[in-house]
Write a protein that binds this ligand. Structure first.
Ligand code: TYD
Ligand code: MG
Length: 466
């Protein structure tokens, strides 16, 4: 059967009034229900105004558009001009400074320090010569001023707006023409042409769309703060992440002072770049040597502690994996992970059991990345396995040892990228030995290398088990 023409589809959408939209996945239905049948989320469905069929009821299929101007790929294009704010950790995550007309979304848990970071960024960009407007819908201007005083930024030439009406904000921007606008937060913005409540999918989508379009049309960069849901995703429709040029997450543990700004998408630079900050009584301080910081709390060599030489974006970062393995009377032993993927831990436990004869049945397993860092590289597999073995066998690795390498399901070890950089960083921090997969191309760089073909060899030769 042929699919119905676009006109019929839009016509049907228009007739389906009102629409019910899931606030989690954006699915549209014609009747309300307690649970979204697409994503399974409860109490997420909200009534929204229906989509109209375009101006004067005309559909898109009528051939009345103008044809677009086409260009060649060979057209010479200069790299975009960038403005550095002087906070190196922020500039790097942005890909080397702020690109004019770019739209940036910054997500993070409540209270993690987004408003603090962006107020400091606003002041830094203003000091670098940009005209900056900070629009807060979350806090009154007095609160923002108080924070500025606490941060010692009261003299910075940043203009404040306490406004949530999008139409008024756009009118202000049109008149003032700032080079950078900060919107804290996108969930508090309210477009009066969309009938649903502030914070709903429809409103967030409309606000993000208007602001992104304004940014592109006027060459004014916009940084929007976005809230995250309880499972750590940016709240609101996924489409907002597609709309903007750059998506950054501000992460960290509330109890820890370290904060990591991570780019998960960047049209103007490498993704997965991180900037490391420390939250102090006087705001966020940049951490220029994160490896030293993440290892600073490491005590005497203890079983279960292993240092991993990782790569975050373009730079190497050393972090400590800590494992604890303890007998349990429970039929279903615990597997608790902080800072690493739970599924990947299960895989490594299975490989240890099936390929190396090291069972973990009847044992609780706890795995933690020190300092509140999140690691997602498969290169950490071998460090995780070593931490688990070290905890289980009660054998501490020599203190000046770093570990990295990917583990395959067969138990073989696979060389990983940027071995040279990983070794160099480790050597810089006083490490002398590395345990890594055999078959890489790296030279020692002055370190003694223990190259292993598979996990079973590590179990036998390093831990004397198996
Ligand atoms: P905030 O920037 O308001 O977080 P968000 O906008 O992500 O919700 O930061 C709130 C926390 O940061 C608050 O618990 C206090 C702490 N904080 C400091 O420790 N030092 C400071 O200088 C500032 C301004 C905040
Ligand atoms: Mg805030």
């Amino acid at each position: 059967m042929r699919p119905p023409p676009v006109a019929a589809y839009l016509g049907a959408m228009a007739r389906n009034s009102p629409n019910f939209v899931c606030q989690t996945c954006g699915n549209v239905t014609s009747k309300w229900s307690g649970r979204c049948e697409v994503c399974g989320e409860w109490n997420s469905i909200v009534e929204e105004a229906p989509v109209s069929a375009g101006p004067a009821g005309k559909t898109l299929g009528g051939g009345r558009g103008r044809s677009a101007k086409l260009t060649d790929l060979s057209h010479p294009e200069a790299p975009p001009p960038r403005t550095s704010c002087g906070m190196d950790e922020l500039d790097r995550v942005l890909g080397g400074g702020l690109v004019p007309g770019s739209a940036i979304l910054v997500g993070g848990d409540p209270g993690i320090g987004k408003s603090t970071l962006l107020l400091q960024a606003a002041a830094a960009f203003a000091d670098a010569g940009l005209k900056v407007i900070y629009a807060s819908g979350e806090e009154a201007s007095a609160q923002v001023r108080m924070r500025a005083q606490r941060l010692g930024l009261q003299q910075a030439p940043v203009k404040l707006a306490n406004e949530t009406n999008l139409r008024d904000i756009l009118a202000t921007l049109e008149e003032e023409r700032p080079a950078l606008t900060i919107i804290d937060s996108i969930q508090t913005m309210w477009a009066d042409n969309v009938s649903s409540a502030p914070g709903s999918v429809g409103q967030v989508r409309a606000a993000a769309h208007e602001l992104t379009t304004f940014a592109k049309a006027r060459g004014c960069s916009v940084i929007m703060v976005g809230h995250v849901t309880k499972d750590g995703q940016l709240a609101g429709p996924r489409v907002v992440e597609h709309m903007v040029d750059t998506v950054l997450y501000f992460e960290g543990e509330r109890g820890h002072q370290f904060r990591i700004l991570r780019s998960v998408k960047n049209r103007f630079g490498p993704a997965d770049e991180i900037g490391v900050f420390e939250m102090t009584g006087a705001g966020l301080h940049e951490v220029t040597n994160p490896s030293a910081l993440f290892l600073s709390e490491r005590g005497a060599p203890a079983p279960g502690s292993v240092v991993f030489s990782g790569i975050e974006g373009t730079r190497p970062v050393l972090v400590e994996f800590q494992a604890l393995v303890a007998p349990t009377p429970q039929a279903q032993p615990r597997r608790t992970v902080v800072g690493w993927d739970g599924g990947r831990l299960a895989m490594i436990l299975a490989v240890l059991e099936a390929r190396c004869g090291i069972p973990f049945a009847g044992l609780d397993v706890y795995l933690n990345v020190a300092g509140g860092m999140k690691v997602s590289e498969p290169a950490a597999d071998l460090a995780v396995a070593a931490a688990l073995l070290s905890a289980r066998e009660d054998v501490a690795l020599p203190p000046e040892t770093v570990v990295f390498g990917e583990i395959s399901l067969s138990g073989a070890l696979r060389p990983v990228g940027q071995t040279e950089n990983r070794l160099k960083e480790a050597q810089k921090l006083g490490f002398t030995t590395a345990i890594l997969p055999r078959g890489g191309t790296a030279k020692g760089a002055g370190m003694s290398l223990t190259e292993m073909p598979d996990l079973a060899t590590v179990v036998g030769e390093v831990f004397g088990a198996g």
